[in-house]
Structure formats: structure tokens, C-alpha cells
Design a protein around this ligand. Structure first.
Ligand SMILES: NC(=O)c1ccc[n+]([C@@H]2O[C@H](COP(=O)([O-])OP(=O)(O)OC[C@H]3O[C@@H](n4cnc5c(N)ncnc54)[C@H](O)[C@@H]3O)[C@@H](O)[C@H]2O)c1
Length: 251
């Protein structure tokens, strides 16, 4: 795939998983790509790494401005950095609830605020937020995480409305369970990792986890001029988990 030549992109959380796959695909499409991450030291060329914690406004502004200066502008922002939380509404102290919202919601606010002056100067400006199936389906033991991703999906719609007349499109992708280091860590913690993986595979009608590359392809589509008429959309990349209601196999 080609077609993003001359466009500059910034991907938060781009040192691992979905973010790294997205940064690679953007670069393969000839975009110039900056990765903002807690630890960008292992980010391979031609990606450019910038160290920042999206929960720290000064770090975010410094990193976004440095990336925009080095790349000579910003056209695409992928708000991908995020953290998980396991438990019901009874679990986690207030500090944990504030921490997850600070990264998963406020991190998007900080990064987008810092990037907007640069995006306004672009003829092909696009923001893609990485949301989740947890925003649209009730999943057990994901109360805090789901609340943060539900907020992010609503924020996506509000941002799309606010900036449409400035020529800035805003969309989100809603992945199902994706085979990334994050999910690997969750499986490692399970009492029976093989059984847990089988249960996650079975929860998605396609019968397997989504790959990071499949989510990256959806993000790059939404970020690209090919999606010039798409704004305020949520694109599920979830193996059918949100939209399909199958009968049990064999019935
Ligand atoms: N893996 C899944 O099943 C899945 C499903 C739906 C949505 N998502 C979302 O996709 C996004 C990426 O998930 P992943 O599975 O690729 O995770 P990952 O853990 O493999 O990668 C996340 C990256 O974000 C970075 N990061 C975390 N906190 C940060 C912070 N405060 N500031 C800057 N960078 C930070 C990490 O260093 C890491 O490089 C997250 O927003 C997650 O909620 C993941």
C-alpha cells in the first residue's frame, strides 16, 4: 500500500502492539512517522521515537511540538496509548480509577490539544482514537476499562463535530481482543493460559484473536485521504464480536 507520501503522522503508544503495527504500516505507506511512548528506545528506523507519558501535559506538549518541528508539520494523530484494568465497579481504589482515566481519556485530550494547531495547518488532517469493544459491549471484570473506553468513543463523536468545519476528521476503531504483548501479559497471569486463550478465541465469531496488523489497517484507512468522507465513525475490528449473534456451533 502506498499513498501517504508527504503526510506526517504521530502515534502514541507506538512502541508496542497495535501502535507499533500502525506506525510501521503508516511508514510502509510512505508517511513520515513519529512515535510517542513511555520508552521509545527500541523503536526501529525509519520511525522516530519521542519519550513522553500521556498523563504528563508538559511532556506531551514538548514531544508533540518536537515531532511536528522535526517532521515539518502533522497531518495524522493516532491516539493509541492506553492501559487496562481488571475488576468490577467494587474493585480498585480511587487512585486506580483516576489513573486509568488519566491515561485512556485525558491522554487523548492532552495529545489532541497539543496537536490541533499543527493539524489545522494540514489539508488532510485526521485523528484516529483507539477505542475498544469494551465501549459497546458489557464485558465481565472490565468496569473501569470499559468506562474509560466508553468515554473515549463519546469524545470521538464530540471532537468530530467540533472540528469538522476546520477540515479535521475524527474517528475511532473498536478492536476486539487483539494478539498483542498486552494480551500476552493477561494470559500469563491466568491460572490456565491455554484455556484462557481458547475462551478468548471462542468469544469472537471468527474463532481467533484479531491481529495487530488487522487493526493497523483499519486505523491507516481512517487516517488516510481514502476516508475523506468518513468522520465521527466507529469501525469495529473485532472478528464479529459486536455485531453478530451466532447459534452454538453445529445447531
Ligand atoms: N490488545 C487488545 O486486545 C486491545 C483491544 C481493544 C483495544 N485495545 C487498545 O489498544 C491500545 C494499544 O493496546 P496494545 O494491546 O497494543 O497494548 P501494548 O501494551 O502492547 O502497547 C501499549 C503501548 O502504549 C504505551 N503506553 C502505555 N501507557 C502510556 C503512557 N502513559 N504514555 C505513553 N505511552 C504509554 C506502552 O509503553 C506501549 O508501548 C490501547 O489503547 C488498548 O486499550 C487493545
Amino acid at each position: 500500500m502506498r499513498g501517504l507520501s508527504g503526510l506526517n503522522a504521530l502515534v502514541t503508544g507506538g512502541a508496542s502492539g497495535i501502535g507499533l503495527a500502525t506506525a510501521w504500516l503508516l511508514a510502509a505507506c510512505d508517511a513520515d512517522v513519529a512515535v510517542l511512548d513511555l520508552d521509545p528506545s527500541a523503536v526501529p528506523e525509519p520511525l522516530r521515537g519521542y519519550r513522553a507519558d500521556v498523563s504528563d501535559d508538559d511532556m506531551v506538549r514538548t514531544a508533540v511540538d518536537a515531532a511536528a518541528s522535526d517532521l515539518s508539520g502533522l497531518d495524522i494523530v493516532v491516539n493509541n496509548a492506553g492501559i487496562g484494568a481488571v475488576g468490577t465497579v467494587e474493585d480498585g481504589d480511587e487512585g486506580q480509577w483516576h489513573r486509568v482515566f488519566d491515561v485512556n481519556v485525558m491522554g487523548v485530550v492532552r495529545t489532541t490539544r497539543a496537536a490541533l494547531p499543527h493539524l489545522r495547518a494540514s489539508a488532510h488532517a485526521a485523528v484516529v482514537n483507539v477505542c475498544s469493544i469494551a465501549a459497546t459491549a458489557g464485558l465481565p471484570q472490565r468496569a473501569l476499562y470499559s468506562a474509560s473506553k466508553g468515554a473515549l468513543q463519546s469524545l470521538t463523536l464530540a471532537m468530530a463535530a467540533d472540528h469538522v468545519r476546520e477540515g479535521i476528521r475524527v474517528n475511532c476503531v473498536n478492536p476486539g481482543t487483539v494478539d498483542t504483548p498486552w494480551v500476552g501479559r493477561l494470559l500469563d497471569q491466568a491460572a490456565d493460559p491455554a484455556a484462557e486463550r481458547a475462551a478468548l478465541n471462542a468469544r469472537q465469531p471468527l474463532g481467533r484473536l484479531v491481529s495487530a496488523d488487522e487493526v493497523a489497517a483499519a486505523i491507516v484507512y481512517l487516517a488516510s485521504p481514502a476516508a475523506a468522507s468518513v468522520t465521527g465513525a466507529a469501525l469495529a475490528v473485532d472478528g464479529g464480536m459486536q455485531g453478530l449473534r451466532l447459534r452454538p456451533a453445529g445447531q
